[in-house]
Ligand binder design. Sequence first.
Ligand SMILES: Nc1ncnc2c1ncn2[C@@H]1O[C@H](COP(=O)(O)OP(=O)(O)OP(=O)(O)O)[C@@H](O)[C@H]1O
Ligand SMILES: [Mg+2]
Length: 296
Amino acid sequence: MIQQIAAGPLVAGQADPTAAAAVEVMVDVRDVHYSISGRPIFSGLSLQAMRGQITAVMGPSGTGKTTLLRLMTAQIYADSGVVTVFGQNLADLGSRQVFALRRRMGMLFQNSALLSDMDVYENVAFPLREHTDLTEPLIRNLVLTKLNAVGLRGAAQLMPAELSGGMARRVALARAIVMDPELLIYDEPFVGLDPIALGVILRLIQQLNTALGITSIIVSHDVHELASIAHRSYLMASGTIVAGGTPEDLARSPLPIVRQFMSGNPDGPAPFHYPAPDLISEFLSGGAAPAAGSGS
Ligand SMILES: Nc1ncnc2c1ncn2[C@@H]1O[C@H](COP(=O)(O)OP(=O)(O)OP(=O)(O)O)[C@@H](O)[C@H]1O
Ligand SMILES: [Mg+2]
């Protein structure tokens, strides 16, 4: 069944610690409001990611998927509402505790974000060198094990500029798991990949989830790819979660916004335009045009 989630507290994972343990909520976002420069990005957003599951958060471009991940990793803080990770309210944590919490998470960034002046080996070793005092032989073992897991042990000496997009994504994935995270957060892991490279990443995400028991949160607009691996999916629109359930639930939803998103239709409730002043008045005012005629 589609679960439509209203703003406000959800039932699972509430104050009773035994109840929270039973449902094993790893990330709990409750009634979060967040604005940037007075523009609301989230207005009552709630969702949960359960231990050992793959949770997909889908939504059109610009809805705030990356912003949501920044909230979950305490890079930014909600204006109101609560974000709890591993049972800890992020708003209560000092910088040292946030640092400790982040060591339990791996993050695959939207653009892979490899360090361009380091080879593949050093990119994967980087978190270990930053956060641990492990000896060089131990670092080598860990790096080669993780590179092997993503099929790129043979590429250890290549520089990022020598990698294809799919390879770079896999190196970033090896780096994200090198500290053995309990929670792995993926921002658009499939963007720009050909079907084969995409299939490889998809399989790796699933393997990491099942073989290592890593809890995964994936934000993406690739509905069909996510449907094949997610245990639970949420659809985000207009600053809130409009629907949640299994991917099959979402595919069957009669809600116009869900149908628009699942079918990729440009016309529907999701707006095409970023918020802007009225078109006619903006052109007539002459203020917004990019330096036309200057320099001639
Ligand atoms: N640092 C910032 N300063 C100003 N506006 C921002 C900032 N970060 C995000 N935004 C705005 O917040 C909204 C959500 O951005 P976000 O990057 O989270 O979207 P997204 O869903 O990840 O989009 P995409 O699918 O294109 O990656 C956008 O309208 C964006 O312009
Ligand atoms: Mg994004």
